[in-house]
Structure formats: C-alpha cells, structure tokens
Design a protein around this ligand. Structure first.
Ligand code: ADP
Ligand code: MG
Length: 389
C-alpha cells in the first residue's frame, strides 16, 4: 500500500532473508503481538468488520460482526458466509465494476436489523484469487425505529389537530342551524293544518334528522381521532372480536364472505379499552370486507408468544401493491370512492395507546393480513411498575 507508515517492524521485515532462527522466532512473536493488538482494537469497535476472501469464505470477523451473525468465532472463521447468512452474503456482493459501495441494508437473520454498510475491495486487483472484500457494518436499527416513530407521531398529531379544528368549525354553525330550525318549526305549528304548513313541517323534520346525522358524524370523528387515553380494564379479546364481527353481520352475509375464527390456545385477558379495541377491529374487518366485494374468506387467528397476544386478520381480497403499502396508515389515504381514509390511522392510534403494534402484509390479488399485537398483561404491568424499582 502506498501510504503505509514506515515502522521499525517494516525495517526488520525488509531484512527478513538475513535473519537467523532466533531472530525469526523473535520476529514471529512480535508479529503475533501486533496481530493481537489489532484484533483487540477491532473487537472494541461497535461496527462489525468482516473480511471475505474472493470465494466468499470468512477470513476475519470481529466481535461485533460475530454478534451480528449470531455466532462465535469458531463457527465463523473459515466458514462460507452464504451458509451462515444467505441474507448478508447477498448484501455483501460487490459488483465487478465497483471498488466500494455504501448503503443501508436490512437483514433478517438472526434478527431483523437495519445496517449501514460500507463495502470495499482490497488487495491486488490483477490477481482475483487474492482480492478480498472488507465490510464495515453499523447497526442503525434503533435510530431508524426512533426516527420512524417520531415522524409518525408528528404526522398523527398534526392531522388530529387539523381534524379537530375542522370538526369544531363545523360544529358551531351546525348548532346554530339546529336552533333556528327549531324556531322555524315552532312558527310552523302556529300555521294550522294547511297543506303548505304540513309541507314546511315535513321539510323541517327532514332537516332536523340530517343535522342530527351530521352532528353524529362530527362527534364520532372527534371521538375517534382525539387522543382519548384508553380506559384499561381486563378484556377478553376473543369476545371483542365477536362483537365487532356482529356489527358487520349483515354486510358479511350480503357479500358472501365467510369468517373462520381460530382460537387454538388459551388467550389470556389483556388490559384494554373495550370500546376502542372494538373500533380498531371494526376498522380492520371493514377493510377486509371492502377488499372482497365478490365474496371471499376472512381468517381470524389468535396466538400468544412471550410478549404479545397476537391477532391476525387475513382476507382473500384485492390486496395492496408494495408501493402503496406504506401509505395505508396515512391520514385521508384511500383508494375507495366513498372512503374516508382514516380507518387505518385510527387503528394505529388505538394500538399505540395500548402499548401494542400493527403491521400489514399484502400480495396483490391474493390478499392482506393485518396483525395486531397487544402486550401481555404481566408484561405491561412490569413496564408500568419499572420506575419504582
Ligand atoms: P378507507 O377504508 O376509508 O379507504 P382506511 O384507512 O381504512 O381508509 O384504509 C386505507 C386504504 O388502505 C384503503 O383505501 C385500501 O386501499 C387499503 N387497505 C386497507 N386494508 C385493506 C385490505 N384488507 N385489503 C386491501 N386494501 C386495504
Ligand atoms: Mg377503512
């Protein structure tokens, strides 16, 4: 290498042919110490460093890289990366025309992570067998999650403020109209029973009921988007699912949609606000229904793991294309003629308020699965208790 520092070691190495056995042994020990020092330095790095030989076998992996691979040194050294982590091996491929590259990558094994990768080719380029790839990997999963959370919270907050403002503005004139309509009705009473008077009364009645309807919409809307803290009580999720399904009973029947519920294990009670969860589930199932206007199936599956009570709602509907999938939680994003585009946002808000999570997977023309995760009760209690400890 052109700009290597010239050290006493280099001087000795330059005279290597002149050294006798004793001095060679001294040199070997010195080289070993140098190597140990280098490895110690590399092992203190938080970044993973992996050196691959031209055939993809691992020449070297520092401690951080071993962690990333979920393996110890013995398992890593000399092994072919493709066998240990096909994901990572693919990511560490360097196109022949490139000398180096930098990018963000996602790996799924042994854990789902977002990594920042810098990859470079080193060694004699004339001799392919001797070229190596050096990868420096920084784990940016936590930062990524934090940023995404923050963006999402900000987005939701601003939309809620906007929506609440609009609803408020609509509410005032609506009130005034209602009052004046009452006055009108009272005057109409005085007109006696002429056909004209009857017509006026009838029209006023229609107006009243429409105002009531509008008022209801505004109130429901405000109730749904305003961050009302959930009133957490012991809740049977399975029962709540049945209730929200009941609300959609007629539509399910009309569209010829079958529903299969799979509760193959004991589902513990969760701490939840029953009404909010009902609303959340209603939103999910309504979307599933609307994605299957020519009939289909909804599969509802309950399960439990160490941390969550998991509820998956799978439909056999139209599905969502990959590039649209990231937008379904956006406020007012809708692909339906009469859609409001708030259902998924409200679902997300409710799950967040419960310490839970939502994710959605979809394949166009095959179907969509929306998965809701509610924290296990004991876990939630532990998190809430934590500050006292
Ligand atoms: P809306 O239902 O009023 O359109 P949502 O927020 O509930 O608003 O959903 C937003 C969009 O996400 C829908 O318009 C639709 O394109 C898509 N979507 C949500 N759930 C599904 C589903 N199960 N199948 C297909 N598309 C879906
Ligand atoms: Mg919807």
């Amino acid at each position: 290498m052109a700009h290597r520092r010239y050290s006493p070691l280099d001087r000795v190495l330059g005279r290597i042919d002149d050294l006798d056995a004793t001095n060679l042994a001294i040199l070997a020990r010195r080289l070993e110490r140098e190597r140990d020092l280098m490895e110690t330095v590399l092992d203190t790095l938080r970044e993973g460093v992996i050196v691959l030989s031209h055939d993809g076998s691992i020449d070297y992996a520092n401690l951080a890289a071993q962690h990333l691979l979920g393996m110890n040194e013995a398992a890593v050294s000399g092994a072919n990366l493709r066998k240990l982590s096909p994901d990572l091996a693919k990511v560490l491929e360097l196109p022949v025309e490139a000398e180096a590259l930098t990018r963000e990558v996602e790996v799924r094994y042994p854990e789902s992570r977002v990594l920042h990768l810098h990859l470079a080719r080193v060694g004699a380029s004339s001799d392919v067998e001797r070229t190596r790839r050096v990868a420096v990997l920084s784990d940016i999963t936590a930062e990524r999650v934090q940023t995404e959370d923050r963006i999402e919270t900000e987005r939701i907050d601003s939309i809620v403020a906007l929506a609440a403002g609009v609803a408020h503005e609509v509410g005032n004139p609506l009130n005034a109209i209602g009052i004046h309509l009452q006055l009108l009705q009272r005057e109409a009473e005085k007109l006696g029973d002429t056909p004209a008077a009857q017509k006026v009364r009838k029209a006023a009645e229609v107006c009243q009921s429409e105002i009531k309807r509008l008022d209801g919409i505004v109130r429901d809307f405000l109730g749904a988007v305003k961050p009302t803290p959930p009133n957490l009580v012991d809740t049977d999720l399975v029962a709540v699912v049945a209730e929200s399904m009941n609300l959609l009973k007629d539509q399910l029947q009309q569209l010829g949609v079958r529903v299969a519920v799979d509760v193959s294990e004991d589902i513990p009670l969760i701490l939840a606000d029953r009404n909010q969860v009902k609303q959340a589930l209603f939103n999910v199932m309504k979307n599933a229904l609307e994605a299957m206007d020519r009939g289909g199936d909804i599969f509802i599956n309950f399960s439990v793991d160490d941390e969550w009570v998991i509820l998956a709602v799978k439909d056999t509907g139209v599905g969502i294309e990959a590039d649209k999938l990231t937008r379904v939680f956006d406020a007012y994003y809708t692909t339906k003629e009469s859609g409001g585009g708030l259902g998924m946002l409200i679902l997300l808000r409710i799950l967040r308020a419960h310490g839970g999570m939502v994710d959605i997977q979809s394949t166009p023309n095959v179907g969509t699965t929306v998965t809701l995760r509610f924290p296990l009760k004991h876990r939630r209690v532990r998190t809430l208790d934590a500050p006292k400890a």
